[in-house]
Ligand binder design. Sequence first.
Ligand SMILES: *Cc1c(COP(=O)(O)O)cnc(C)c1O
Length: 467
Amino acid sequence: MSNKNTEKKLASLPSVDELLRGPAGSDWLGLYPRSLVLIGIRETLNDTRRRVLDGEIDSVDSSVINRTVSENLYRLSRPHLQSVINATGVILHTNLGRSPLAPAVLRHVAEVSAGYSNLEFNLAQGERGKRYSHITGVLCEMTGAEDALVVNNNAAAVLLCLTAMAAGKEVIVSRGELIEIGGAFRIPDVMKAGGAFLKEVGATNKTHLQDYESAIGEETAFLLKVHPSNYRVVGFTHEISLAELVLLGKAREIPVMYDLGSGSLIDLSKYGIPGEPCLRNIVASGVDLVTFSGDKLLGGPQGGVIVGKKKYIQQIQRHPLTRAVRVDKMTLAALEATLMLYRDEETAIKEIPVLAMLTAQAPELRRRANRLARRMRNVLGQKAVVSVVKEISQSGGGSLPEQGMETFAVAVKPKNKSVSSIEKTLRTGEPPVVSRVKDNTIIFDVRTLQNNEFSLLVSALNLAISG
Ligand SMILES: *Cc1c(COP(=O)(O)O)cnc(C)c1O
């Protein structure tokens, strides 16, 4: 392509003013703020200019430019953070926002944040109150702990405990528990950030009580146990139970902290989901501090909960870092409302989406998959082969590793389009649908789909396959 040709094309690009004064200009200005219209136009012109220079465009077409501006404006006018339909079957999908919130929880968040609240005001006394007072009671009630504190997330909870209790001192951890979870959270690194010195004991697969005993010294701040949330050490292994560690701590007068990670308030083994310790039992072991996430198995908002002995919680609360990782009223409202649902286990299982999805049983999932498949066949006709398949759902979010749960999914094989193009169209559509591709089919796991999403999903799929 000659330079002259390129220059001619660039010269034929309309100016911002021309576009504004053109027929579409008044439509745009009627629909969107002027500042946004200017951004949309400039973005489109810059992009077109680049594509001309790259030789991607043969001729500058004003109707294409107008259409692109309209598309860009529509996209820019909508929030970038948006809801998506999760058909992956991964319940605590960190990339998709982890835990969805219960309707009652959302109502409470809206109520508390739409106006003023008693966030730090003691209504009975008419004086300044404590931000955490709203949540301490229900957390202690649910876990059996003496006191509680809530911060931004569990990573912050662990960091805060280390900083407030162990800066300049040693923390003893088993080599089998030096975990890394997603988002670059590694126990040794957090330890460093908190100014504590990591004293590793034992071997990767085996740690004995003797290892902890002989590591304890003048400089020991506490013994730390970390729940291997996202992996399991299996085979020739030995770990010291929390109860044993607590006994040792008591005997040597050294506090014991447990980073539980997920933290479940109900005994999930009753529902056929073993391996995740129940918070009440953990606290009952006499452990001094426990930290866990609000948005993993608990099914609430992002948050880091610290529960344990009053004297340590108070010590932590006094540390200046607590202020830097404090939660806002929306988090507190969501967490309190979520915890209140746990007062009745049946209600919790029904209302808290994470628990409902986790405990959904195969026959019900099969029925729902059949219903979804029927609806897809009705609209797709001969355009795709739709079948119900047995699949495995994952709990995700660094919880219950290797615990694939039997589920039922709808597998769709389009006849005239590629599976990958359909997957992409769905993902970038409205609403976005995140699915999986397997064996040249698109898989929709009903475990993470809400019934009221079926219609949207079916029309999105129809659009993707027919469009
Ligand atoms: C998930 C997890 C964390 C981090 O929790 P966030 O709430 O994601 O910050 C820390 N420790 C363990 C053991 C975990 O499983």
